[in-house]
Design a protein around this ligand. Sequence first.
Ligand code: SF4
Length: 252
Amino acid sequence: MLQQTPVARVLPQWQAWLERWPTPGALAAVPPGEAVRAWNRLGYPRRALWLHACAVAITEQHGGKVPRDVDALLALPGIGPYTARAVAVFAYGVRAPVVDTNVRRVLARAVDGQAEPGPPSAVRDLAAMSAVLPVDDAEARVFNAGAMELGALVCTARAPLCGDCPLASACAWRIAGYPSYDGPRRAVQKKYEGSDRHVRGLIMRELRAAHVPVTDAEVAALWPDEVQLARSLAGLVADGLAVRDGTGYVLP
Ligand code: SF4
């Protein structure tokens, strides 16, 4: 839920979600469309489908218990390098590197002496964190959490609080005099208004609100550009978020 979505928006949804489906088995027992409906307006609704598929896989392959092994976690639907390691480390105490955006920034500055990390690379980022991770399991867990917090609260993107930073005396970027970043930049996210994401969001809102098929005419009324509307709808069908049912569309 937190992927590309701020904590404040996620919290109430997450609490309601866990009240309704406290275990993987409870979520797996309902159709995927129920997960998409409950996802509401969190955005990127494919995450709801993945979460549901993940709950089904955990229920069928792991007896309803979230696995602790990183490779077993990585094999689950929708689980990437960050989530697999975050679950293994923070839920089970496994020693593994956890790398999110904040950790990447701390490593880039404190270790590499650069103002910003380059574009994300799971292989490179995990190797960089592994190189500084304590050997002891418990210390590694605290180190992972500490690096994330440091990046979120002290070594922030715009205004790092170096005077409050425990790494200040060893930080390569600070020691080098804060050179500006001249490496490759990540792609700038496209504007939401008028984008296919926007149109997809309008269609999904209609599907979530309806308990009968949304007709072709109702879909056609959602957006004036027929070509873009057809493309967005086809994308939702291809992603498994909308299903043809008689003369209209429903959630899966
Ligand atoms: S000294 Fe400043 S730039 Fe370096 S890690 Fe700490 S907050 Fe970030």
